[in-house]
Design a protein around this ligand. Structure first.
Ligand SMILES: [Zn+2]
Length: 400
């Protein structure tokens, strides 16, 4: 399965993946999913929002156990983010059939569409639509960089966009959703474990900092006469690092825009975007408040105005405690397997669904922690351990 997927949507220039929603590469991934489902005699369907499902047993019976992830990628993404969860789902089913497991609950495998949001700028479109977190009207207004709307892109790929919308009946049939995912950090590498269970997705948000000063000549303006917005911006970048270290959080200014953006001009405007994530709301609030305080003080000292705007915010996602404990109990039976419980700063479809369906996540060790990059990696024996753990979990859940 892995070998078949590897060449799909891979850029020969970067070695990274460009599997954007409703493009040719995405269609190839979807064809692969359908063929995997059909080869195993599973009932295959695409739902009203373009998510793909493969069923063992009749989902109408309800209380289904579902696993899966996504097949799309960020620009020049790695091979594992998303596909590992889908491939492991099919591989776990194969293992369970080999064990002769009998299921008393329907088992589903899902490929959620447009998880990364690389094309239309919004992540988890498939699961957001299904859960109602994104309305059909909002989805219809999404546009890519070429001005193509989401409905146009879906139609071109052969999917009817008029069916978009919440799917409560489908969600009501799911008793548990377990998403396996490559870890996007180094917690498992540092603890020396192959597999982890997610506790929560950290609260995270984006804040825009607008520093407004006065454009002037870089050669003739005395230092004391300047209102240079780059100075408090620089202070804000350093404060983000300081505050994040203090709070055990992360904070990043990864995008900056400068006006007039000339080498020989003192800037009139520096606009920087802060992305920050922390284990809890208190920690996140402390980081953002600390950065803003430092930036304001520095801005005032240099006669620069500062405006701070929160552009997006996602509160903490606490995964279902009972399901999480059930996973720990099932995996705890393996004498040589230690399975730590860890939080994550990355968003997932599992996070979107967690408000509607009991949801859990398994992480597979990533030796470098690198993700959203062609260098993203997981060792073959760790991936195999992930398949084995997922099979145990599905067997444990689907028999109860
Ligand atoms: Zn992912």
């Amino acid at each position: 399965m892995w070998a078949e997927l590897l060449p799909v949507g891979r850029s020969s220039a970067s070695g990274g993946y460009r599997r954007y929603a409703w493009t040719g590469a995405d269609t190839d991934c979807r064809t692969w999913f359908r063929e995997q489902a059909q080869a195993r005699g599973l009932a295959y369907e695409t739902d009203r929002n373009g998510n793909q499902w493969a069923w063992l047993g009749d989902p109408a019976a309800g209380n289904a156990v579902v696993t899966g992830s996504h097949l799309d990628s960020v620009p020049d993404g790695g091979a594992f983010d998303g596909p590992l969860g889908v491939v492991s789902a099919f591989a776990a089913l194969d293992e369970l059939r080999g064990r002769g497991t009998r299921f008393t609950r329907p088992l589903g495998i899902v490929n959620f569409g447009d998880e990364e949001g690389a094309r239309f700028g919004l992540a988890c479109v498939g699961s957001r639509l299904t859960s109602g977190a994104l309305t059909a009207g909002q989805a219809h207004r999404l546009t890519d960089a070429d001005g193509i709307t989401l409905p146009q892109a879906m139609e071109a790929a052969g999917h009817d966009p008029d069916t978009l919308g919440p799917d409560p009946e489908r969600l009501a049939r799911i008793g548990a959703f377990v998403e396996l995912h490559v870890e996007q950090g180094r917690a498992l590498d540092l603890s020396g474990d192959r597999i982890g269970i997610a506790s929560a997705i950290w609260p995270h948000g984006r804040w825009r900092f607008d520093f407004r000063g006065e454009a002037n000549h870089a050669g003739t303006t005395r230092l004391t006469d300047r209102h240079d917005p780059m100075l408090p911006y620089a202070e804000a970048v350093l404060a983000a690092r300081r505050e994040a270290e203090l709070a055990g959080a992360v904070a990043t200014f990864g995008k900056v825009a400068v006006e007039p953006n000339g080498v020989n001009a003192v800037p009139s405007l520096v606009r920087g975007w802060l992305d920050s994530r922390a284990a809890d709301q208190e920690g996140l609030d402390a980081v953002v408040a600390g950065v803003e305080k430092a930036a304001r003080e520095y801005a005032a000292a240099h006669g620069v105005d500062l405006g701070v705007e929160c552009e997006s915010f996602t509160p903490v996602v606490d995964f279902d405690h009972a399901l999480r404990d059930e996973l720990a109990r099932i995996l705890g039976k393996e004498a040589d397997l230690r399975v730590p419980v860890l939080g994550t700063g990355a968003g997932h479809d599992a996070g979107i669904l967690s408000g509607r369906v009991p949801t859990a996540m398994l992480f597979v060790r990533n030796p470098t922690g690198v993700s959203h990059s062609p260098a993203e990696h997981a060792a073959e024996d760790d991936c195999a351990a992930g398949v084995h753990a997922l099979a145990d979990v599905l067997e444990g859940l689907a028999r109860t």
